[in-house]
Design a binder for this molecule. Structure first.
Ligand code: F6P
Length: 322
């Protein structure tokens, strides 16, 4: 009987558990023996495998995080670490590996596939910065958490006629910030991909008050040159000229641990099933992603060597709509 293993790696994302469940149950339906690897690539190097039956993945879909655990393993980035991982896979008789994760994790998948081990990736990161999937598992839930924060801040901002700065995650990618601004009706957005000066931000805030708004919300991506702390420090130093007190709220990891939305559960279930299909057909060394309204596959080599662009025209749309 063929044996396959699944691991989650990098930052946890809401929906990872639904993806684990889909991989395990679809694999079992194919007549395979299924295993989980605890704690990502670190667990793989240590040979930390557990058998996964249908009941082991029962009741996990509604949980945030990952029941298998995750790590960011530095050892695995070395060729020695990768060879140890392959030895652990071979000595446990594993025929193929599923990797649920984002950029760093799929770079790991690519390394294993270059060493001729069959790997199929599943696109999962709240950052949505992974080439090879329009949207990744966890984005929808993380966005909804950010939106709830915007709605709450607006209440206080309106009550006190204050300006707020909300910093969201996303590493070097502005997707989460831009979509939060668009869906939350923010007055300005700051993302790493587009340069903007504090003076321009002050102008946007002034325009909002001139329009008669009672609040002003700026969404800033953590990876922007002017992140929340730097921007608020600049506004403090130049207070007399810019004329605003910016209060800051940094969402940080609060954004990652939510109960997965319906969208994320469905996306994860479909990508997990698609990954099993690819493995069954011997289509390995690929990332399973979402294109339009369908599952699709992209070579891991392309995935790790291509930057996913964001649609900058949406900045203009956010401005028009604010
Ligand atoms: O990649 C997901 C993410 O949450 C990024 O948005 C963030 O920059 C990073 O992980 C934080 O990493 P860690 O949880 O290791 O601090």
């Amino acid at each position: 009987m063929k044996r396959f293993a699944v691991l989650t790696s990098g930052g946890d994302a809401p929906g990872m558990n639904a993806a684990i469940r889909a991989v395990v149950r679809c694999g079992l339906a194919n007549g395979w023996e299924m295993y989980g690897v605890r704690n990502g690539y670190a667990g793989l190097i240590a040979g930390n495998f557990v058998t996964m039956g249908p009941r082991d993945v029962g009741g996990i879909m509604q949980k945030g995080g990952t029941v298998l655990g995750s790590t960011r393993s530095t050892e695995f980035t070395t060729i020695d670490g990768q060879r140890k991982a392959i030895r652990a896979l071979n000595s446990n008789g594993i025929d193929g590996l599923f990797v649920i994760g984002g950029n760093g994790s799929q770079t790991g998948s690519f390394m294993l596939s270059k060493l001729n081990f069959p790997v199929v990736g599943i696109a999962s990161t709240i950052d949505n910065d992974l080439y090879g999937s329009d949207i990744t598992i966890g984005v929808d839930t993380a966005l909804n958490i950010a939106l709830e924060a915007v709605d709450r801040l607006k209440v206080t901002a309106s009550s006190h006629q204050r300006a707020f700065l909300l910093e969201v995650m996303g590493r070097n990618c502005g997707y989460l910030a831009l979509m939060t601004a668009l869906a939350g009706g923010a007055e300005a957005v700051i993302i790493p991909e587009v340069e903007i000066s504090p003076e321009e931000i002050a102008e946007s805030l002034n325009r909002s008050y001139e329009k008669g708004k009672q609040h002003a919300i700026v969404i800033v991506a953590e990876g922007a040159a002017y992140n929340a702390e730097r921007l608020s420090a600049y506004f403090k130093i130049h207070h007399d000229r810019l004329g605003f007190d910016l209060r800051i709220a940094i969402l940080g990891h609060i954004q990652r641990g939510g109960v997965p939305s319906a969208y994320d559960r469905i996306l994860a279930s479909r990508l997990g099933a698609g990954a099993v299909d690819a493995m069954a057909e011997g289509k390995t060394g690929v990332l399973t992603g979402w294109f339009g309204s369908k599952v699709g596959w992209t070579a891991l080599e392309t995935v790790v060597n291509t930057v996913k662009e964001i649609d900058k025209s949406l900045i203009e749309l956010a401005k028009t709509l604010d």
